[in-house]
Design a protein around this ligand. Structure first.
Ligand code: FCB
Length: 379
């Protein structure tokens, strides 16, 4: 339609383990069996309901959608690729295209097939090669339908939670392993990028990292730089675009607590931080930017509409000032499984009743729709 600005993507994001359900052959499912993290189980059953979910997204004005492919489904055993899983994601991509929505595909969103874990996970230098083979296969399958690819989701944030805080599998608090995993992830990214780009120069391959705004100002620049840019800066010459996941203000030394200016998880809401982070990302990375995640846990949907409005306003201001921003993806389309917290945080534009799997559009999703419509028209 004439309202579609092909230059700018509006949508929402999800990740396989958080929404699909029925994933039993990866590190998270294993950690859940050992009682170390909550059980994802059937989650939202998006694996079977993606058609219905994409119809909702389309009705809500989205012209793009970010999702991840589950490595443990595609390659359940070393070197054995599952044709049914490959066919499944082909249908997922076709379902988006049929609705005029641009797919943005994440190749690794934190979960490893069990055989990769048994071979050493990110502690091992072999994992980069395994990731490359899996990525090559997936991109080869869908290269004609998907232009925008994210290789790794928040590798730096993941390392901090897996090896420093010790709350994500393998849940080892070990600084040496943290550093090793970090360097292996950076090497993996570079080698995947080099291979994919040489095979498919016309496709776009990027990275995504979590970026926050830090308080207090004392010592901010150093801390802020490491918090946001250690990984992106290392790979800046090996990406076509950078995805920014922005959620919050980080107050050093303050415990997360819900309050009038915080989400249900106690994450401090701070829209101005997004504009600032985008500016420093433009300066340090010098690549086109996407906001690949931005959202909050808000079960009563009291703060989401204003959250969306304020963050998009910051983004559009930065864009007007000349920063090359090409899309906004809200986290998330649906309520979903939140890693070490389980199902209580409610991040969805669409509410999910986990008992019946029924979907209900939240009022804020309609506000987002209006914002999308208005910005597309004024573009
Ligand atoms: C990000 C993750 C995403 C989701 C949000 C709330 O760090 O990338 O999967 O859990 O946090």
């Amino acid at each position: 339609t004439r309202y579609m600005d092909p230059q700018f993507y509006w949508g929402a994001a999800t990740a396989s383990y958080q929404v699909e359900g029925g994933i039993e052959n990866n590190d998270w499912a294993e950690a859940a069996r050992q009682g170390k993290v909550p059980v994802a189980g059937r989650a939202t059953d998006h694996y079977n309901r993606f058609q219905e979910d994409f119809s909702l997204a389309r009705q809500l004005g989205h012209n793009a959608h970010r999702f991840s492919i589950e490595w443990s489904r595609i390659e359940p055993e070393k070197g054995q690729f599952d044709e049914a899983a490959i066919a499944h994601y082909r249908e997922v991509i076709a379902a988006l295209r049929a609705r005029g929505m641009e797919p943005v595909v994440t190749l690794w969103h934190w979960t490893l097939p069990q055989w990769v874990v048994d071979a050493g996970g990110w502690d091992s230098e072999d994992t980069a090669g395994y990731l490359r083979r899996y990525c090559e296969r997936v991109v080869e399958e869908y290269k004609d339908e998907v232009r925008l690819w994210v290789i790794l989701n928040e590798p730096q944030y993941w390392v901090a939670h897996a090896y420093v805080k010790g709350v994500f599998p393998p849940a080892e608090r070990n600084i040496v392993h943290a550093l090793t995993a970090f360097l292996h992830l950076a090497e993996a990214h570079k080698s995947v990028y080099a291979r994919l780009k040489s095979l498919y120069p016309d496709l776009q391959f990027g990275a995504v990292e979590s970026m926050g705004w830090i308080e207090p100002a004392v010592g901010r620049w150093m801390l802020q730089w490491f918090r946001n840019f250690a990984f992106p800066f290392l790979v800046r010459r090996h990406i076509d675009f950078m995805g920014v996941n922005y959620y919050r203000l980080w107050r050093i030394g303050k415990k997360d607590a819900p309050g009038p200016h915080a989400s249900d998880m106690g994450w401090d809401i701070y829209p101005q931080g997004l504009g600032r982070v985008l500016k420093s990302a433009a300066r340090w990375i010098r690549k086109p930017l996407y906001i690949t995640e931005n959202g909050l846990a808000d079960a009563r949907d009291e703060k989401r509409a204003e959250f969306i409005r304020a963050h998009i306003a910051e983004m559009l201001k930065a864009k007007k000032e000349g920063i090359d921003i090409r899309g906004y993806f809200h986290w998330s389309l649906l309520d979903n499984f939140e890693w070490d917290s389980g199902f209580w945080p409610r991040f969805g534009l669409v509410e999910v009743d986990y008992r019946t799997k029924e979907r209900t559009v939240r009022p804020s999703a309609e506000i987002y729709k209006d914002i999308i419509k208005r910005s597309i028209i004024s573009n």
